[in-house]
Structure formats: C-alpha cells, structure tokens
Design a protein around this ligand. Structure first.
Ligand code: FAD
Ligand code: NAD
Length: 479
C-alpha cells in the first residue's frame, strides 16, 4: 500500500476538480488530483461540446429544409449519418485533446489514478493501492445519468447521453424518455437529422421552465415540431433483435408498446456521492445523501471538506462547476481562513430551437411562500419584426421586477436566439438594474432585442399600475 500526505486532495478531475486544483495550488498548497475515470471532463467528452456539435448539424439540415419560403430551393436534403457522427466525434476529440494537454501540464506527482473513497475524515483509499492523508479535501466527482429501474433489463438498445456521442452512425428511430434539457436538445437534433423520434414525458415539464405562460407556449411550439407524449410512464423495455420494444402507460393508464432502434433515457442526472464512503467522512448529509454545504464558500459545515460542481447539485452547469471549483480550491488552500467567493446571477440555456432560457430568480422561486408580489411583463415573438424577417417568429419572454424598488429580478423565455437575450438580461440582473435603467440602454433596429424592450415596457406599465397581475398565492408554477 502506497501512502501519500498532502495539504489538499481533490477527488475528480473534471471542470470543477481542475479549477479547484489550480486555485488551491495558487495558495501554495501541496495538491493531489485523483481521477477514477477518464481524463477529459464530462463537458468535453459527453456533455456540452458534443451535444452542441450534433445540434449544429441538425440546424444546418433544418435550414436547408426550410429555405423554400425565402424563395431558396436547396433540392433534396440527404443526411449522411456516418459523416454527421464522424464530425461530432472528431471535433469532440479535439476539444478533449485540449483538456488532456491541460491535465498533462499538472506535475506527475500531483496526479493519481483510481477511485477514491473516504475511510476517515482525513483519509481516502484509492482503488486499494494508495492511502491518501489530506489536511483538506475537495469533492468534485460530477454526476451520472439516472438509470430507470423499469428499463434496466432493456438490453444494449437502452442508452444514455453518455453513449450517444460514441455512435458510428445515426439510428433509424429513438424513443426519448424525459423532456428535460438533454431529452429536448438531443431529441430535436436527432429529429432534424431525419431520425424518427418520439419523446415521452412523465409530467408536463419542458426543460427548466417554471412560468406557466412560457411553459404553455413552449409546449405548443416544440409540440408543433416534435412528437411528444406527455403524462406517460415508461413501464418496461425488451430487446428484440435490433429493436427495443418500449411499453408505456398514458395518463389514463392505457398501455401501448412501440418499437425503436434505441431508447434514450434522459430522466435526469445524479450526483456521484453515493460510492464515496461519505459515511466515514463525518460530514452531515441531506436527504439526497449530498453533504450539507454553504453555496458561497462550498464548505461542508465547518469542516475541512469542500464540494464543487455537479457533485453538489446546486446548479449542474459548466460555468457554475468552474466557479464552484475556484471557490472550493481557493478555500481548501487557505483553510481555515475560508472566504465567500463570487457567485453570479443564475443563467441556464437549453439549445433547442427556439432556445429556452432562464436567468435570475425563476417564476417558481418568486412565487415560493406565496407572500411576495412581483410585476410581470411579457412579449410574444410571433409579430416581432426581426424574428419574422428570419421566419423564426415563435416564442414568448416574461420578465419580472420588484414593486417599490422597480428592480429587475429575472426572466423565463422560449425565444429566437434566447442564448443572447439571456446574457443581456442576466448582466442587467447582476448589476441590480431597475427596469427604467434597462430601458435607458441602447436598442438597435431591427434586432430581436427590440422584443426585450417591448417586454420591459410592459413590465414598466405593470409596475406603474402598482399591483401585480400575478397573485403569488393563486399561481401554479409549471412542474
Ligand atoms: C449531454 C449533456 C450536455 C450538457 N450541455 C451543457 C451545456 O450546454 N452547458 C452547460 O453549462 N452545461 C452542460 N452540461 C452540464 C455540464 O457538462 C456539467 O455541469 C459539468 O461538466 C460538470 O462538471 P464537473 O466537474 O462537476 O463534473 P465532471 O466533469 O463529470 O468531473 C467529475 C470527475 O470525477 C471523477 N470521479 C467521480 N467519482 C470519483 C471518485 N470516487 N474518485 C475519483 N474520481 C471520481 C469522474 O470520473 C469525472 O472525471 C451538459 C451535460 C450533459 C450530460
Ligand atoms: N444546455 C445546457 O445547459 C444543458 C444541456 C444538457 C444538460 N444540462 C445539464 O444536465 C442536467 C441533466 O439533464 P437532464 O435532461 O437529464 O435532466 P433534467 O432534470 O433537465 O430533466 C429530466 C427530465 O426527465 C423527467 N423524468 C424524471 N424521471 C422520469 C421518469 N421516471 N420517467 C420519465 N421521465 C422522467 C423529468 O420530468 C424531466 O423532464 C440538466 O439539469 C442540466 O443541468 C445542461
């Protein structure tokens, strides 16, 4: 058994772990990163980057198929599934390559391979070959796709997003379980690439939306393009040669079986904290098994342990994993002089088309407790000038502000190029701008942002009216 003594051990070498490593090193600590899987990060290998590569191919196919209304005729669109997946994998490998170079730049003595488990508050056993004693520990173990017990015996055709980006070619048909971000992004991309796709939603949710008006609009817009069966329960899957027979119950409990080449389970992700020996860590854990932590410092209680990235399930997104990692690593390095780090206005974008985006406080959060009233402004993109010019005139934006202070609080939307609108609004939110200050900013013509101005003017009217058009006690946020 090897023995190592370090100041800081970082478990996991994903985005959060690598950032934590650098931040702890900057404090002059002797730091060790421990990796039980492959280097390269979830984001680059099976997450953000390959999914956006697949979506880029899909957008190209969609644009060619929908050019006729402009008087532009592209001819027959032929999709070469092998070429699509070959580019996805090639470009993905390029991104992974940059991460591998970065990890290789860490001194060899700072890296250890193997699965780490707590054996005590300060000790980790790594794959049975090394015992690490660490004065401080950062947990940055990421998350994994949920596997549904009902589909566990479905055979090799039942896959998760971890498998999709290793495909050699596109399948003929895919059932997608879940209408969260992954289900919608991949489901729409595959549909646009000519795959027969059917989505099954357990309830009525669409990505991260909680505003009932925006949710209704998103259901209509995405339901207009995609075959989505809401209120359905996946009961079982059986591999039959090259097909999977998927049995689903609808809202009335009526069962039906359909055959697909693959069933893609996109029912959420679970933090990787359940195989970490946390029972030996001395940390207090919540009902979900995640150690209780402070989201400003990433510190677990008052202990020497910090938790960052998807592992803490606070905001399982790439930029938050990087922020968490920086704060956790910095504090692990400087412990016991723990300090709050920079937390930014929340922002989340689902790269469906139209994009779905949320920022600041969500409608659900603003309604929580039922006591607080807030003003709501809205715009539909159906008649928005630039959106119509581009034939992308679908969607809705709802913006929220506080009565009295007139401070902008947040927004939810499904809108053309919402990834950009969301940034502008998130920056205003983080700057604690009032609606009036936002309306004083420049708006070019003709741009989609003019739709944002319409929504802000509506919000200003609602603020001037002095009472909310929403009574928090009577609202029913989307589920
Ligand atoms: C399909 C998909 C698309 C996505 N798209 C986006 C997007 O567009 N934008 C966005 O912001 N986010 C996106 N995300 C989310 C984003 O990828 C994650 O939030 C982010 O990668 C999490 O980083 P992390 O460092 O917490 O985890 P990871 O990068 O997963 O790193 C965790 C590491 O810990 C290792 N590990 C786990 N347990 C142990 C152990 N016991 N011992 C040693 N090592 C261990 C793992 O092997 C892994 O290498 C997407 C995710 C998916 C799945
Ligand atoms: N563009 C992005 O930023 C992006 C893209 C992909 C993933 N991500 C990250 O990855 C996380 C995980 O994505 P996800 O889509 O897997 O999770 P999610 O939480 O967004 O959605 C899960 C979906 O599965 C449904 N579901 C849960 N259990 C089910 C069951 N038993 N049967 C049927 N449906 C069920 C839920 O109702 C929900 O619609 C996201 O929350 C996000 O943080 C981000």
């Amino acid at each position: 058994m090897n023995r190592l003594d370090v100041d800081v051990a970082v478990i996991g070498t994903g985005t959060a772990g690598m950032t934590a490593y650098r931040a702890a090193k900057a404090q002059g600590a002797r730091v060790l990163v421990i990796e039980g899987g492959e280097y390269g990060t979830t984001c680059a290998r099976v997450g953000c980057m390959p999914s956006k590569l697949l979506i880029a191919a899909a957008e190209s196919a969609h644009a060619m198929r929908h050019s006729a209304p402009f008087g532009v005729h592209a001819g027959e669109v032929r999709i070469d599934g092998r070429a699509v997946m070959e580019r996805v994998r090639r470009e993905r490998d390029r991104f992974v390559g940059f991460v591998l170079e970065s990890v290789a730049s860490f001194p060899e003595e700072d890296r250890l391979r193997g699965h780490a488990r707590f054996t005590g508050p300060h000790t980790l056993l790594v794959d049975g070959h090394t015992e690490v004693r660490a004065a401080r520990i950062v947990i940055a173990t990421g998350s994994s796709p949920l596997r549904l017990p009902a589909l566990a015996d479905g055979g090799p055709g039942v896959v998760t997003s971890d498998d999709v980006f290793y495909w050699d070619t596109l399948p003929e048909s895919v059932a997608v379980i879940g209408t969260g971000v992954i289900g919608l992004e991949l489901g729409q991309a595959l549909h646009r690439l000519g795959v027969r796709v059917k989505l099954f939603a357990r309830g009525g949710s669409i990505a991260q939306l909680s505003d009932p008006e925006v949710l209704r609009c998103a259901t209509r817009v995405l339901g207009g393009e995609l075959d989505i069966q809401f209120q359905s329960t996946a009961l079982g899957a059986v591999q039959e040669g090259g097909r999977v027979a998927l049995t689903v119950a609808d809202a009335l409990g009526t069962e039906s079986t359909e055959r697909f080449q693959c069933v893609l389970v996109a029912a959420g992700r679970r933090p990787n904290v359940h195989d970490l020996g946390l029972e030996h860590s001395g940390l207090e854990r919540g009902p979900d098994g995640i150690p209780l932590f402070d989201a400003r410092t990433m510190q677990c209680g008052t202990s020497h342990v910090f938790i960052a990235g998807d592992a803490n399930d606070e905001r399982p997104l790439l930029h938050d994993a990087a922020d968490h990692g920086k704060i956790a690593g910095d504090n692990a390095g400087r412990y016991p002089d723990v300090r709050p780090g920079l937390r930014r206005t929340p922002i989340a974008v689902a790269f469906t088309e139209p994009n779905i985006a949320t920022l600041g406080a969500s409608y659900r959060q603003l309604c929580a407790g039922g006591g607080r009233k807030f003003a709501v402004g809205a715009v539909s993109f159906e008649n928005q000038g630039r959106s119509r010019v581009m034939l992308q005139n679908q969607g809705m934006l709802r913006v929220y502000a506080e009565f009295g202070s007139r401070r902008f609080l947040g927004a939810e939307m499904i809108a053309p190029r919402a990834e950009h609108l969301a940034h502008t609004l998130a920056w205003a939110c983080q700057m604690r701008m009032t609606v009036d200050q936002m309306l004083d900013m420049p708006f070019y013509h003709p741009v989609i942002e003019e739709g944002v101005r319409t929504a802000l003017r509506d919000l200003s009217r609602c603020l001037a009216a002095g009472e909310s058009d929403v009574d928090a006690a009577d609202t029913e946020p989307g589920t």
